[in-house]
Design a protein around this ligand. Structure first.
Ligand code: ZN
Length: 123
């Protein structure tokens, strides 16, 4: 029977079949009872929303300020800049490196990602 992925709020991935739709399944990762939407479409929508929430959880709120110089070399100028004064920080960097293209990258919560990786690996 076809297996369908349902994401738990903790980010764990559970696999169910059509028979499980509308029921509950215990998440093997966080142990909570997870409600399974009644249709495959609703499950896909649920997964989409859960993933979106999770992306925001990974995001630490800090950004890395990067430059790409005229030779195409990429370099990190500021490792963890807060977003509060970001506009000014970028202006400052642009002034220091007038030839370079300045851009930002979101800093992800590496510890969280590592934990998730370990857990998923145990499945
Ligand atoms: Zn869970």
């Amino acid at each position: 029977m076809k297996q369908i992925k349902v994401m738990c709020d903790c980010g764990g991935e559970l696999y169910v079949t059509e028979e499980d739709f509308g029921g509950e399944i215990e998440c093997c990762r966080c142990g909570s009872d997870m409600w399974i939407p009644e249709t495959e479409e609703a499950i896909l929508q649920h997964n989409f929303e859960t993933e979106k929430t999770h992306e925001n959880m990974h995001f630490t709120g800090k950004v890395r300020i990067m430059i790409r110089d005229e030779c195409g070399q990429e370099k990190c100028v500021i490792d963890e800049a807060s977003q509060d004064n970001l506009e000014w920080i970028i202006k400052g960097v642009e002034a220091s490196y007038p030839e370079a293209h300045v851009y930002t990258e979101r800093v992800e919560n590496q510890r969280y990602l590592a934990e998730q990786f370990m857990l998923d690996d145990n499945f």
